[in-house]
Design a protein around this ligand. Structure first.
Ligand code: NAD
Length: 491
């Protein structure tokens, strides 16, 4: 391991790539800056073509032996991998709060346990993949899920540890080897993940990490013809580029992209519960792909609902993500803050009314106040485009027929929330076009369930068997029931 580890609030982390079971430094570096106070946390290695080549070569060489282990053989490695993550729970929380502004409390109670599960659950689940059979009068079809090869995993900055494990877990469990490209605005927890892979004894090349900018390191990785799969989470613009590039080599891609999901509040909803859940859309400073950022509220209860939401929002604690009481943390990067601010300013210039927020928050330079905008038209930019900040919009509707079409009124189709009397909400949910929708709840995820969006929110599903369908090559081994008689004639 490189001697050049950096120290972030007492946690030692490598700034380098992890290739072929060891740390590799680059001459070129990029700065890792904390969103909390713009403090320089360290210089991170920036991957060039040679690093990408080395990582993919190592992963290719490691693949046959890792695949040959079978799901049972891989299980102890992956259990140790998950345990190594758990042992570093505190360190992960420190790093992700410093480099991504994620709440420490969320790391401890949500992200780190989920990251462990992402590795351990898929490793267990892979055991049930083998030996599916289809029996017909003619033959037994022995359907195998074979490992596909080298998988490129590319993750965004808003939840780097969770997403790295969400993709690497099933990819590794299925017998593939992985090259992870970490997000350049939040590179640190991916580096600690590589320490965990090493401590767990994953053979060199099974799990590799590249640091660097998307346009450089990421672009070189997805252009590599040796890849078997690309699993990407990020923006629509990057996904289009990746899909085009992967098409050159016919490499299958799974694309989990942005959202502009609806949060429907029907007239028969429990307004206290709906308002409490709506306030959660400000979590992670609104930098959550699946947040229901478009509030669609029945006109009859709109003012009562808005007043309840206002009372909750007024009490939200904006502050330092390291403090246990903080609920609203900073925006990841000054560029992202300016992007959020630009959306709000253009909306207001176009006639939108600010019900609360609407500007930077006084707590710190990189903070934006929880915001609600109304008096909007469906074609307004703020209604159509993903802001990825603590900005919600509110539109009203008068009937079920009107509201079922509103969620599909953008190019996105990731998630959704519907509050109302359960049967009523279920009836609406069935008519709404989206990847998933929560009834009287939000954010319930189960590793066995499919996750993904429609339209510009993505292509493909991950989670449970859907992850394995993507990360495996399905092979049908056909065994005839009667001795096979070869004949040119079909008589
Ligand atoms: P982004 O597309 O800018 O970057 C995502 C990753 O892609 C980063 O690691 C980046 O370095 C890399 N990248 C950029 N250009 C690349 C290229 N040409 N080739 C290969 N890799 C490249 O997205 P972001 O700003 O980091 O993340 C925010 C976006 O992610 C939002 O749109 C959000 O909705 C989306 N997101 C979606 C989900 C989901 O599950 N659907 C989850 C989280 C975030």
């Amino acid at each position: 391991m490189s001697a050049s580890r950096i120290d972030v609030a007492g946690v030692s982390v490598s700034p380098d790539h992890y290739i072929d079971g060891r740390r590799v430094a680059s001459d070129d570096t990029f700065a890792c800056v904390s969103p909390i106070d713009q403090r320089h946390l360290g210089d991170i290695s920036s991957g060039a073509q040679a690093h990408v080549d080395a990582a993919v070569t190592s992963a290719s060489l490691a693949f046959p032996a890792w695949a040959a282990l079978g799901a049972e053989g891989r299980l102890p490695f992956l259990r140790r991998f998950a345990e190594a993550i758990g042992r570093r729970a505190d360190a992960f929380a420190t790093l992700e709060s410093h480099d991504a502004g994620v709440l420490r409390s969320r790391m401890a109670h949500g992200v780190v346990p989920s990251a462990m599960q992402n590795i351990a659950w898929f490793a267990e689940h892979a055991l049930s993949l083998q030996d599916r059979t289809i029996d017909t009068p003619q033959a037994r079809h022995w359907v195998r899920h074979d490992p596909a090869g080298v998988v490129a995993v590319i993750t965004p900055w808003n939840s780097p540890l969770l997403l790295a494990t969400w993709k690497s877990g099933p990819a590794l469990a299925a017998g593939n080897t992985v090259v992870l490209k970490a997000p350049e605005w939040a590179p640190l927890t991916s580096s600690l993940l590589a320490d965990c892979a090493q401590e767990a004894g994953l053979p060199p090349g099974v799990f590799n990490l590249l640091q660097g900018a998307g346009a450089l390191t990421g672009a070189a990785l997805v252009s590599d013809a040796r890849l078997a799969r690309i699993s990407f989470t990020g923006s629509v613009a990057t996904a289009k580029w990746i899909a085009k590039t992967a098409a050159e080599n016919l490499v299958p891609c799974s694309l989990e992209l942005g959202g502009k999901s609806a949060f429907i509040v029907l007239a028969d909803a429990d307004l206290d519960a709906a308002a409490a859940t709506a306030a959660l859309m400000y979590r992670n400073a609104g930098q959550v792909c699946l947040a229901g950022t478009r509030l669609l509220v029945h006109a009859d209860i709109a003012s009562a609902f808005t007043e309840k939401l206002r009372q909750i929002v007024e009490r939200l604690v904006v502050g330092d993500p390291r403090d246990a009481t903080t609920e609203i943390a900073p925006i990841i990067h000054m560029r992202q803050l300016e992007r959020v601010q630009g959306f709000v300013e253009r909306a207001v210039a176009g006639g939108a009314r600010v019900l609360w927020g609407g500007a930077r928050h006084r707590y710190g330079e990189q903070y934006f106040a929880p915001t609600l905008l109304t008096d909007l038209h469906q074609q307004d930019e703020i209604v159509q485009q993903e802001v990825f900040g603590p900005v919600l919009t509110l539109q009203t509707f008068a009937s079920d027929d009107e509201v079922v079409d509103m969620p599909s009124g953008t190019d996105y189709g990731l998630g959704g929330v519907c509050y109302g009397e359960e049967a009523h909400a279920m009836a609406i949910a069935q008519r709404v076009r989206t990847g998933f929708i929560w009834i009287n709840s939000f954010g319930i995820r189960d590793l066995a369930a499919p996750f993904g969006g429609i339209k510009r929110s993505g292509i493909g599903r991950e989670g449970g068997d859907w992850s394995f369908e993507f990360f495996c090559d399905v092979k049908d081994v056909v065994v005839p029931r009667q001795p096979f008689k070869a004949s040119f004639s079909h008589r």
